[in-house]
Design a protein. Sequence first.
Length: 86
Amino acid sequence: MALPPPGNDRAAIVTGASSGIGEQFAGILSRRGYQVVLVARSADRLDEIAQRLGPAAHPLPPDLSDRSARASLPDRAAPSASRRTS
């Protein structure tokens, strides 16, 4: 898998961001300049990761087993992802 290009005005939603591959990929995207919305069930763990990654990381702990939560995820993530860091 090729790394995504640097993203000055780009955002990504990373599911499974509280551990493993999701956590690692969120870190890669954050370092490449993306606004990263971290999605997983563990709110406390997402907060820890967001603190470590810095102001470009935005935790969002919805329950993706709920159909309406999945459907509304892009709308819920958009305000976080639109925040820019300087």
